[in-house]
Write a protein that binds this ligand. Structure first.
Ligand code: CMP
Length: 139
């Protein structure tokens, strides 16, 4: 089925001018960028977005990193978009990511791993709604 998933190009990637190269990966694999904006997240916004990780040991560092520079938040649309994007990104830890994936090719570390993507359709709907109103998405 056609799905929408939330993608974030993280500060390590915007800092290195990689947004175009990352977007090309999505488009080459058939995902359509149907919503996109560049934001400087506030601490409160980053904490709210990653709220499910609040109890994890890496939460504080994750939030610090996510507000260390601008991010590009995007809605990707396509057939099985949630899983398709996870395959395009590769494993969370770039050391474990398949060659040819965004994280294998661009990520600096498990924290500075260049992109975020929703991990389920349920979370995708929640995460898209966190950043976008329906008027900002054109499919
Ligand atoms: P992301 O898909 O954005 O979801 C949570 C993020 O936490 C993850 O990518 C990583 O960038 C970051 N993170 C930092 N340390 C860890 C860790 N030890 N395990 C998992 N995620 C981590």
């Amino acid at each position: 089925a056609v799905e929408r998933t939330l993608s974030i190009i993280k500060p390590d990637a915007t800092r290195r001018n990689l947004t175009g190269k990352i977007n090309a990966r999505f488009e080459e694999k058939g995902l359509r960028i149907v919503g996109q904006k560049r934001l400087q997240l506030t601490r409160a916004q980053a904490e709210a977005f990653y709220g499910v990780h609040r109890e994890r040991s890496f939460f504080g560092e994750l939030v610090d990193f996510m507000i260390s520079g601008p991010v590009v938040v995007q809605v990707l649309e396509g057939e099985n978009a949630v899983l398709a994007n996870r395959e395009i990104m590769g494993a969370t830890n770039p050391a474990n990511a398949e060659p040819g994936t965004i994280r294998a090719d661009f990520a600096e570390s498990i924290e500075a791993n260049s992109v975020h993507g929703s991990d389920s359709l349920e979370n995708a709907n929640r995460e898209v709604s966190f950043f976008f109103s329906e008027i900002e998405i054109a499919g």
